[in-house]
Design a protein around this ligand. Structure first.
Ligand SMILES: [Fe+2]
Length: 291
Protein backbone atom coordinates (compact mmCIF):
# COMPACT_ATOMS: atom_id res chain seq x y z
CA UNK A 1 0.00 0.00 0.00
CA UNK A 2 1.20 3.48 -0.78
CA UNK A 3 0.81 6.09 1.89
CA UNK A 4 -0.15 9.25 0.13
CA UNK A 5 -3.82 10.22 0.21
CA UNK A 6 -3.89 11.68 -3.27
CA UNK A 7 -2.66 8.43 -4.73
CA UNK A 8 -5.88 6.64 -3.83
CA UNK A 9 -9.21 7.21 -5.48
CA UNK A 10 -11.59 8.41 -2.75
CA UNK A 11 -14.21 5.88 -1.70
CA UNK A 12 -17.66 7.17 -0.68
CA UNK A 13 -20.32 5.22 1.14
CA UNK A 14 -23.78 6.24 -0.01
CA UNK A 15 -26.86 6.47 2.20
CA UNK A 16 -28.30 3.34 0.59
CA UNK A 17 -25.25 1.28 1.58
CA UNK A 18 -23.68 1.29 -1.88
CA UNK A 19 -20.04 2.26 -2.33
CA UNK A 20 -18.67 4.57 -5.02
CA UNK A 21 -15.02 4.84 -6.02
CA UNK A 22 -14.37 8.32 -7.36
CA UNK A 23 -11.86 7.82 -10.15
CA UNK A 24 -10.11 10.96 -11.41
CA UNK A 25 -10.84 12.08 -14.98
CA UNK A 26 -7.24 11.18 -15.85
CA UNK A 27 -7.67 7.55 -14.67
CA UNK A 28 -7.49 5.07 -17.59
CA UNK A 29 -10.78 3.51 -16.47
CA UNK A 30 -12.65 6.79 -15.95
CA UNK A 31 -14.97 6.47 -18.96
CA UNK A 32 -15.42 2.68 -18.69
CA UNK A 33 -18.72 2.24 -16.83
CA UNK A 34 -18.35 -1.54 -16.64
CA UNK A 35 -14.91 -1.22 -15.01
CA UNK A 36 -16.22 1.42 -12.64
CA UNK A 37 -19.11 -0.77 -11.54
CA UNK A 38 -16.62 -3.54 -10.80
CA UNK A 39 -14.41 -1.11 -8.84
CA UNK A 40 -17.43 -0.10 -6.76
CA UNK A 41 -18.35 -3.72 -6.08
CA UNK A 42 -14.78 -4.62 -5.08
CA UNK A 43 -14.52 -1.58 -2.78
CA UNK A 44 -17.81 -2.61 -1.14
CA UNK A 45 -16.27 -5.99 -0.25
CA UNK A 46 -13.59 -4.21 1.78
CA UNK A 47 -15.95 -1.66 3.33
CA UNK A 48 -18.22 -4.45 4.57
CA UNK A 49 -15.40 -6.77 5.65
CA UNK A 50 -15.12 -7.76 9.31
CA UNK A 51 -11.89 -9.07 10.83
CA UNK A 52 -11.86 -12.82 11.23
CA UNK A 53 -14.12 -13.51 8.25
CA UNK A 54 -12.69 -15.04 5.08
CA UNK A 55 -11.96 -12.30 2.53
CA UNK A 56 -14.79 -12.34 -0.04
CA UNK A 57 -13.75 -13.24 -3.58
CA UNK A 58 -13.62 -10.39 -6.08
CA UNK A 59 -15.11 -11.01 -9.48
CA UNK A 60 -12.56 -10.45 -12.20
CA UNK A 61 -13.08 -10.70 -15.94
CA UNK A 62 -11.11 -13.02 -18.22
CA UNK A 63 -9.45 -9.91 -19.63
CA UNK A 64 -8.28 -8.97 -16.12
CA UNK A 65 -6.87 -12.43 -15.45
CA UNK A 66 -4.99 -12.07 -18.74
CA UNK A 67 -3.49 -8.78 -17.53
CA UNK A 68 -2.23 -10.52 -14.42
CA UNK A 69 -0.73 -13.32 -16.51
CA UNK A 70 0.96 -10.85 -18.85
CA UNK A 71 2.37 -8.55 -16.17
CA UNK A 72 3.28 -11.31 -13.71
CA UNK A 73 5.12 -13.16 -16.47
CA UNK A 74 7.10 -10.12 -17.57
CA UNK A 75 7.92 -9.11 -13.98
CA UNK A 76 9.10 -12.62 -13.09
CA UNK A 77 11.66 -12.42 -15.91
CA UNK A 78 12.86 -9.03 -14.68
CA UNK A 79 12.99 -10.19 -11.07
CA UNK A 80 15.57 -12.82 -11.91
CA UNK A 81 17.83 -10.03 -13.09
CA UNK A 82 16.93 -7.24 -10.69
CA UNK A 83 15.45 -8.58 -7.41
CA UNK A 84 17.44 -9.44 -4.28
CA UNK A 85 17.88 -13.07 -3.25
CA UNK A 86 15.54 -12.84 -0.23
CA UNK A 87 12.69 -11.58 -2.42
CA UNK A 88 13.28 -14.38 -4.94
CA UNK A 89 13.32 -16.83 -2.02
CA UNK A 90 9.95 -15.45 -0.88
CA UNK A 91 8.49 -15.70 -4.38
CA UNK A 92 9.64 -19.33 -4.69
CA UNK A 93 8.17 -20.25 -1.31
CA UNK A 94 4.87 -18.45 -1.91
CA UNK A 95 4.22 -19.88 -5.38
CA UNK A 96 1.66 -17.33 -6.58
CA UNK A 97 -0.43 -18.39 -9.57
CA UNK A 98 0.98 -17.02 -12.81
CA UNK A 99 -2.06 -17.37 -15.07
CA UNK A 100 -4.83 -15.73 -13.01
CA UNK A 101 -5.30 -13.14 -10.28
CA UNK A 102 -5.17 -14.86 -6.89
CA UNK A 103 -7.92 -13.96 -4.46
CA UNK A 104 -6.64 -12.17 -1.33
CA UNK A 105 -7.96 -15.03 0.82
CA UNK A 106 -5.80 -17.40 -1.18
CA UNK A 107 -2.75 -15.13 -0.78
CA UNK A 108 -3.37 -15.14 2.97
CA UNK A 109 -3.60 -18.93 3.07
CA UNK A 110 -0.34 -19.29 1.14
CA UNK A 111 1.44 -16.73 3.29
CA UNK A 112 0.31 -17.56 6.80
CA UNK A 113 2.09 -20.94 7.12
CA UNK A 114 5.32 -19.29 5.92
CA UNK A 115 5.66 -16.14 8.03
CA UNK A 116 2.32 -15.72 9.80
CA UNK A 117 1.25 -12.78 7.64
CA UNK A 118 -2.37 -12.50 6.50
CA UNK A 119 -4.02 -10.09 4.09
CA UNK A 120 -6.83 -7.68 4.88
CA UNK A 121 -8.92 -6.06 2.13
CA UNK A 122 -8.69 -2.25 1.80
CA UNK A 123 -11.09 -0.18 -0.28
CA UNK A 124 -8.58 2.64 -0.67
CA UNK A 125 -6.42 4.68 1.65
CA UNK A 126 -6.04 3.22 5.13
CA UNK A 127 -5.05 5.76 7.84
CA UNK A 128 -1.29 5.52 8.47
CA UNK A 129 -1.59 4.37 12.06
CA UNK A 130 -3.93 1.52 11.17
CA UNK A 131 -2.05 0.52 8.06
CA UNK A 132 1.30 0.28 9.84
CA UNK A 133 0.06 -0.69 13.30
CA UNK A 134 -1.47 -3.99 12.22
CA UNK A 135 1.80 -5.03 10.55
CA UNK A 136 2.94 -5.72 14.12
CA UNK A 137 0.19 -8.36 14.32
CA UNK A 138 1.07 -9.83 10.94
CA UNK A 139 -1.74 -8.20 8.94
CA UNK A 140 -1.23 -6.45 5.61
CA UNK A 141 -3.91 -4.14 4.19
CA UNK A 142 -4.27 -4.64 0.45
CA UNK A 143 -6.36 -3.26 -2.36
CA UNK A 144 -8.13 -5.92 -4.42
CA UNK A 145 -8.88 -4.27 -7.78
CA UNK A 146 -6.66 -4.55 -10.84
CA UNK A 147 -5.56 -1.76 -13.19
CA UNK A 148 -7.55 -0.92 -16.31
CA UNK A 149 -6.98 -3.34 -19.19
CA UNK A 150 -6.21 -0.54 -21.68
CA UNK A 151 -2.79 0.07 -20.08
CA UNK A 152 -1.53 -3.24 -18.65
CA UNK A 153 1.87 -1.90 -17.62
CA UNK A 154 0.64 1.25 -15.94
CA UNK A 155 -1.42 2.04 -12.87
CA UNK A 156 -1.92 5.43 -11.25
CA UNK A 157 -2.77 3.74 -7.92
CA UNK A 158 -1.61 0.65 -6.02
CA UNK A 159 -3.55 -2.33 -7.39
CA UNK A 160 -3.54 -6.05 -6.63
CA UNK A 161 -0.45 -6.53 -8.81
CA UNK A 162 1.47 -4.11 -6.60
CA UNK A 163 0.06 -5.44 -3.35
CA UNK A 164 0.57 -9.11 -4.08
CA UNK A 165 3.54 -9.34 -6.46
CA UNK A 166 5.33 -6.45 -4.77
CA UNK A 167 4.52 -7.11 -1.13
CA UNK A 168 3.41 -10.72 -0.64
CA UNK A 169 6.57 -12.14 -2.22
CA UNK A 170 8.62 -10.08 0.25
CA UNK A 171 6.32 -11.00 3.14
CA UNK A 172 6.92 -14.67 2.35
CA UNK A 173 10.58 -14.25 3.30
CA UNK A 174 11.32 -14.48 7.04
CA UNK A 175 13.77 -11.60 7.14
CA UNK A 176 11.56 -9.15 5.25
CA UNK A 177 8.51 -10.25 7.23
CA UNK A 178 10.41 -9.48 10.44
CA UNK A 179 11.22 -5.99 9.14
CA UNK A 180 7.55 -5.32 8.28
CA UNK A 181 6.57 -6.38 11.80
CA UNK A 182 9.16 -4.04 13.31
CA UNK A 183 7.77 -1.15 11.22
CA UNK A 184 4.36 -1.96 12.68
CA UNK A 185 5.70 -2.04 16.23
CA UNK A 186 7.35 1.35 15.65
CA UNK A 187 4.09 2.85 14.36
CA UNK A 188 2.32 1.58 17.48
CA UNK A 189 5.01 2.97 19.79
CA UNK A 190 5.34 6.51 18.49
CA UNK A 191 2.80 9.07 19.64
CA UNK A 192 3.14 12.24 17.58
CA UNK A 193 1.98 12.50 13.97
CA UNK A 194 5.46 13.80 13.04
CA UNK A 195 7.12 10.69 14.45
CA UNK A 196 4.61 8.44 12.67
CA UNK A 197 5.29 10.30 9.43
CA UNK A 198 9.02 9.67 9.92
CA UNK A 199 8.45 5.93 10.45
CA UNK A 200 6.33 5.86 7.31
CA UNK A 201 8.93 7.71 5.26
CA UNK A 202 11.59 5.20 6.24
CA UNK A 203 9.15 2.46 5.15
CA UNK A 204 8.60 4.26 1.85
CA UNK A 205 12.31 4.46 1.06
CA UNK A 206 12.95 0.85 2.10
CA UNK A 207 10.02 -1.59 1.85
CA UNK A 208 8.46 0.37 -1.04
CA UNK A 209 11.51 1.68 -2.92
CA UNK A 210 14.58 0.11 -1.37
CA UNK A 211 17.60 -1.10 -3.32
CA UNK A 212 20.50 -3.20 -2.14
CA UNK A 213 24.03 -4.12 -3.18
CA UNK A 214 24.30 -7.82 -3.95
CA UNK A 215 27.25 -9.61 -5.55
CA UNK A 216 28.66 -6.36 -6.88
CA UNK A 217 25.50 -5.05 -8.50
CA UNK A 218 22.47 -3.06 -7.46
CA UNK A 219 19.25 -5.01 -6.94
CA UNK A 220 15.82 -4.01 -5.66
CA UNK A 221 13.68 -5.24 -2.80
CA UNK A 222 11.09 -2.44 -2.61
CA UNK A 223 7.57 -3.45 -3.62
CA UNK A 224 7.03 -0.25 -5.61
CA UNK A 225 10.00 -1.02 -7.85
CA UNK A 226 9.44 -4.78 -8.15
CA UNK A 227 5.78 -4.37 -9.14
CA UNK A 228 6.47 -1.71 -11.77
CA UNK A 229 7.36 -2.88 -15.27
CA UNK A 230 8.97 0.50 -16.00
CA UNK A 231 10.72 1.28 -12.72
CA UNK A 232 12.35 -2.11 -12.42
CA UNK A 233 14.32 -1.28 -15.59
CA UNK A 234 15.17 2.26 -14.47
CA UNK A 235 16.19 2.12 -10.82
CA UNK A 236 19.89 1.56 -11.44
CA UNK A 237 20.04 4.94 -13.19
CA UNK A 238 18.42 6.88 -10.37
CA UNK A 239 20.11 9.08 -7.75
CA UNK A 240 21.35 6.39 -5.36
CA UNK A 241 22.17 7.52 -1.80
CA UNK A 242 23.66 5.70 1.19
CA UNK A 243 21.15 4.22 3.65
CA UNK A 244 20.70 7.10 6.10
CA UNK A 245 17.67 7.51 8.35
CA UNK A 246 18.03 11.24 8.77
CA UNK A 247 18.33 11.88 5.04
CA UNK A 248 15.33 9.61 4.32
CA UNK A 249 13.31 11.58 6.82
CA UNK A 250 14.16 14.83 5.04
CA UNK A 251 13.76 13.65 1.45
CA UNK A 252 10.53 14.61 -0.27
CA UNK A 253 8.96 12.19 -2.69
CA UNK A 254 6.48 12.57 -5.48
CA UNK A 255 4.26 9.53 -5.87
CA UNK A 256 3.01 10.61 -9.29
CA UNK A 257 6.31 9.90 -11.06
CA UNK A 258 9.18 7.45 -10.90
CA UNK A 259 10.97 7.58 -7.58
CA UNK A 260 14.26 9.28 -8.49
CA UNK A 261 16.08 9.30 -5.15
CA UNK A 262 16.74 5.80 -3.82
CA UNK A 263 18.62 4.55 -0.77
CA UNK A 264 21.04 1.64 -1.01
CA UNK A 265 21.57 -0.91 1.73
CA UNK A 266 24.94 -2.63 1.41
CA UNK A 267 23.44 -6.00 2.39
CA UNK A 268 20.45 -7.55 4.12
CA UNK A 269 22.37 -7.38 7.42
CA UNK A 270 23.02 -3.69 6.83
CA UNK A 271 19.29 -3.08 6.24
CA UNK A 272 18.45 -4.96 9.43
CA UNK A 273 21.15 -3.17 11.44
CA UNK A 274 20.10 0.32 10.35
CA UNK A 275 16.38 0.19 9.56
CA UNK A 276 15.34 -2.85 11.59
CA UNK A 277 17.14 -1.55 14.68
CA UNK A 278 15.60 1.90 14.17
CA UNK A 279 12.05 0.52 14.04
CA UNK A 280 12.78 -1.77 16.96
CA UNK A 281 13.82 1.03 19.30
CA UNK A 282 12.60 4.39 17.96
CA UNK A 283 10.32 6.63 19.94
CA UNK A 284 9.19 10.25 19.69
CA UNK A 285 12.35 11.48 21.35
CA UNK A 286 14.84 9.56 19.23
CA UNK A 287 12.98 10.56 16.09
CA UNK A 288 12.90 14.23 17.14
CA UNK A 289 16.70 14.04 17.36
CA UNK A 290 16.83 12.85 13.73
CA UNK A 291 14.38 15.41 12.42
FE1 LIG B 1 2.92 -0.71 -1.32
Amino acid sequence: MFEEAQYFAPVAEQGDGSVVVELAASHPGFADQVYRARRNAIAALAVNYRLGEPIPAAEYTEQEHEIWALVAGELAIKHRKYAVAEYLDGAARLGLPSERIPQLQEVSELLEPLTGFRYLPAAGLVPLRDFYGVLADGYFHSTQYIRHHSVPFYTPEPDVIHEVIGHANALANDRFAALYRLAGAAARRVESEEALEFVSKVFWFTMEFGVMAESGELRAYGAGILSSYGEVEEFRGMDIRPLDLKVMGHTQYDITKYQDVLFRAESMEHLEDVVGAFWETCDDESIAALR
